[in-house]
Design a protein around this ligand. Structure first.
Ligand code: 2IT
Length: 445
């Protein structure tokens, strides 16, 4: 595989799409050897097809704010790959959203979904709409306006969106209501729904819980117990919340959470009512974590900085892409970190990953670690299709088994001759091989 040539052509065709190009480069570097062992892939121009989305829909979203002013945002749905199932992936509402970010997320989602073993293709969507400071009525009107266009492109067997940054249970409810009104169809077209209308138990917790199940297996492989470990978490949203809950339940101590305004250092641990308070912080719509320090006097707010300067055994990026760079990696390494696992998508920059892998440290990428979220969305789809709902124990048992299976795939495809498990390589190769075989079987489409 001529990685340089492929990347040069992609850069010329999609100039400035930095996150997308970063995600593609990482996967190509990981799969090169396997790919080169399959000349039939080259003849079928498999990579050239795989790196381009099957379809991208971009649309305007006009809505009226509380002052009566008309606002215009952009809406997107990137339908990246449907080789192994209908497009599946979240919607992100954030001021930073652009095509590059959604293409990287949809590309990653394709391999992540393959790793879950469930029949789901890769997609992602969203808008540059910022929920920060918006009223509930504004959120509802925006969601309705967004669905007024999106509904044409999605369906329970076509494309099933869910939440991501800025899209939680409330937004999914408004989106679902509008889809149903427009189509007169009650269907499992979105996941992350409320429990009263087809949602699945454990879906809110699933990304964080699955992440911790995965981390526990990574540590266990090296004979290390998670109990008593100090964990640095970033973010304070749904993913950080689930991760903090499960980490605490497993006997570890979470000493940080963070927001765009800085981070909270809590030596006593983010536990008990403090974890519930994360939900309140989130619901405030303010996108800041600083109020935590006023509420819990034992903790300290460190403005304008990231939590990776704190001494910890395990670092769990749970906020957004590229939130842990080479310098942060060096701080963590100097402070003796043992394990870094991305629960956010592409949480580490390539420089940070290189630093961890060069030292043969425990490092695992988002597409493996955070796959529990979308996997549980897949379980929600199954329940909707069967018109029944499973108990929390049943869903959690399935989630557990899926995360165990992903860990196994990473070990199988990522173990190097000296025994080091390169989780990035393992996840990329395992995910790629499944999608590649499905694409080969389906011809040039
Ligand atoms: O990044 C992700 O995997 C998600 N935001 C969840 C996607 C889903 O369809 O549940």
């Amino acid at each position: 595989m001529d990685i340089q040539g492929i990347m040069a052509r992609l850069e010329a065709r999609h100039p400035g799409e930095a996150e997308y190009l970063q995600a593609v480069r990482e996967v190509l570097l990981s799969i090169k050897d396997v790919y080169d062992n399959h000349p039939e892939f080259e003849r079928a121009k498999l990579i050239e097809r795989l790196v381009e989305p099957e379809r991208v829909v971009v649309f305007r979203v006009p809505w009226v704010d509380d002052r009566g002013e008309v606002q215009v945002n952009l809406g997107y749905r990137v339908q990246f790959n449907s080789a192994i199932g209908p497009y599946k992936g979240g919607l992100r509402f954030h001021a930073s959203v652009n095509l590059s970010i959604l293409k990287f997320l949809a590309f990653e989602q394709t391999f992540k979904n393959a790793l879950t073993t469930l029949p789901m293709g890769g997609g992602k969507g969203g808008s540059d709409f910022s929920p920060r400071g918006k009223s509930d009525a504004e959120i509802m009107r925006f969601c309705q306006a967004f669905m007024n266009e999106l509904f044409r492109y999605i369906g329970p067997e076509t494309d099933i969106p869910a939440g991501d940054i800025g899209v939680g249970a409330r937004e999914i409810g408004y989106l679902f209501g509008q889809y149903k009104k427009l189509t007169r169809d009650w269907s499992g077209v979105l996941t992350g729904k409320g429990l009263e209308y087809g949602g699945s138990l454990v879906r809110p917790e699933a990304t964080g819980y699955g992440g911790l199940y995965f981390v526990r297996e990574m540590l266990a492989d090296r004979g290390v117990d998670i109990r008593g470990k100090r964990i640095a978490v970033s973010g304070f949203g749904n993913v950080a919340w689930g991760a903090t809950r499960k980490a605490t339940e497993l006997g570890a101590k979470v000493v940080t959470i963070s927001g765009p305004d800085g981070y909270i250092f809590d030596e006593e641990g983010v536990c008990g009512e403090k974890i519930d308070y994360m939900l309140e912080l989130r619901a405030s719509g303010n996108d800041i974590c600083s109020p935590y320090a006023e509420r819990f006097p034992g903790s300290v707010f460190v403005p304008g900085r990231r939590p990776w300067e704190v001494k910890c055994d395990i670092a769990l990026p749970c906020a957004t892409q590229n939130e842990l760079n080479g310098e942060d990696a060096q701080h963590l390494i100097d402070n003796g970190v043992q394990c870094v696992a991305e629960i956010s998508n592409m949480g580490c920059t390539p420089e940070a990953i290189d630093a961890f892998v060069a030292r043969k440290m425990l490092y695992a990428p988002g597409k493996a670690v955070n796959a529990g979220g979308v996997a549980t969305s897949g379980l929600e789809m199954s329940q909707n299709a069967m018109h029944l709902s499973w108990s929390a124990e049943e869903v959690d048992r399935n989630l557990h088994a899926i995360m165990h299976g992903i860990h196994e795939q990473c070990v199988r495809y990522g173990t190097e001759p000296d025994g080091y498990v390169n989780y990035m390589k393992g996840a990329n190769v395992a995910g790629f091989m499944k999608v590649a075989k499905a694409m080969m079987a389906q011809g040039i489409v």
